[in-house]
Design a protein around this ligand. Structure first.
Ligand code: GUN
Ligand code: ZN
Length: 428
């Protein structure tokens, strides 16, 4: 038994639905007990020290012990081209993304980038990622191999594209189906790994490829499916051109069996009312990628409106269209985007989105994203005074959320004091 001591905040309800303080429990001197790979208990430090006198104690002082962050949409193969200057989505894909992704048939390159990627995300306190790989099965093997080595719970899949991409980066209807199925059978449920069926987005798949992936999903309803939707106006117009028979962007996916409760729909900025209603009806998840949306100039996600409507929403970096590996920076961007739409998100709502809310979007909140006893011991320990700028502001805080907010807005990997994954300390 391990006992980690520090400040803790836990959610007892969704802070978008239940006002504070009823939705949270805060301990100034809290403790999290870990038994093997699971959280065994959580509560006041004095109580848990008495209850578990034999436990090995790690003292984190004033640092905040939180569930590890959950990044619900990333492209690990874009690690090395993050922060590439200029362009709109389609030009950005053609100029930077596709040339780099073309290199991932080389297992050595894929392994090197996967290692770098997991070094960077774990240094940022993220313990679960959901990544697009490339069309190459080697890119999927590299991703899952690197994650398994670190004991991380991660999700991902082979990106499928059979048109509107360079020849070196296209599969076919058959190979997309066969390779996805082979990789799903190889990786799904191994260690803490989950396969995700991954058509990149409507413009880069033929109708036949979308149908083949829809068929694969019907054969494996236990896995999630991820894709992009309604990120930029030019993209939406292109989809309307490519699929004239579809009534809107969402309908393209629905026609081919790619809409359901296990769908993770990335961006979802410019949805029509019909699309919003239909997504709500099938209970698919929307994935908000705020640094990306500002970086590529895509638009302002309607967090408040969609939450009011009852949508299930995850938060994500969208590395490398997103400009950061850090969910702290991503929370800050979500705050800024919501401000531009006239809704200041509370720090508790931001923190919930980066942990439990994102786990819920993945339908994994029974396993990760909380401090609940019985869930997997994936934790981040946050120094709430990691820089002079943050420390001097946090010193004025009158409650825990005022103490956390400067780290959300100004924090980076210097704030991540320790990371635990599956009950083992990865970074300290
Ligand atoms: N739409 C299709 N592919 C991508 C991608 O790699 N990044 C972003 N931001 N949008 C996309
Ligand atoms: Zn993306």
């Amino acid at each position: 038994m391990q006992l980690l001591l520090g400040q803790t905040v836990r959610f007892t309800a969704d802070p978008f639905k239940t006002p504070l303080p009823e939705s949270t429990i805060y301990e100034r001197r809290g403790a999290v007990a870990i038994n093997g790979d699971k959280i065994a208990d959580v509560g006041p430090a004095d109580d848990l020290r008495q209850k578990y006198p034999q436990a090995e104690v790690t003292e984190y002082g004033d640092a905040l012990i939180t569930p590890g962050f959950v990044d619900t949409h990333a492209h690990y193969p874009q690690t090395a081209i993050i922060a590439s200057w200029g362009k709109r989505l389609i030009d950005w894909l053609n100029s930077y993304t596709f040339p780099e992704e073309s290199r991932f048939g080389d297992p050595a390159h894929a392994a090197e980038i996967a290692e770098t990627y997991f070094d960077l995300v774990t240094a940022s306190g993220t313990t679960t990622t959901v990544s697009y790989c490339t069309i190459h099965p080697e890119s999927v093997d590299a991703y899952f191999t690197a994650a398994a080595k670190r004991g991380l719970r991660v999700l991902g899949g082979k990106t499928c594209m059979d048109r509107n991409a360079p020849d070196t980066l296209q599969d076919t209807v058959q190979s997309a189906y066969d390779d996805s199925k082979m990789l799903l059978e190889r990786w799904h449920g191994q260690d803490r790994l989950s396969y995700v069926i991954t058509p990149r987005f409507a413009p880069t798949s033929t109708p036949d490829q979308l149908a083949a992936l829809g068929a694969l999903w019907a054969e494996h309803p236990e896995v999630l499916m991820q894709t992009h939707i309604s990120e930029q106006h030019e993209e939406i117009a292109w989809v309307a051109d490519l699929f004239p028979e579809a009534r809107d962007y969402l309908d393209v996916y629905e026609r081919f069996g790619l809409l359901g409760s296990g769908a993770l729909l990335g961006h979802a900025i410019h949805l029509t009312d019909r699309e919003r209603d239909r997504i709500r009806e099938v209970e698919a998840s929307l994935i908000h990628c705020p640094t990306s949306n500002m970086f590529i100039g895509s638009g302002l996600f309607d967090m408040a409106g969609l939450m009011d409507q009852g949508h299930r929403i995850g938060l994500a970096t969208d590395t490398g269209g997103g400009s950061s590996f850090s969910m702290l920076r991503t929370m800050a961007a979500a705050y800024e985007v919501a401000q531009l739409r006239g809704h200041p998100l509370h720090p508790a709502q931001l923190w919930w989105l980066a942990t439990e809310g994102s786990a819920r979007a993945l339908r994994m909140d029974d396993r990760i994203g909380t401090l609940e006893a019985g869930t997997e011991a994936d934790l981040a320990v946050i120094d709430l005074a990691s820089t002079q700028a943050i420390a001097q502001r946090a010193a004025r805080a009158e409650d825990i959320w005022q103490a956390i907010f400067p780290t959300i807005m100004m924090g980076d990997d210097r704030a991540i004091k320790a990371v635990w994954a599956n009950g083992a300390c990865l970074k300290s």
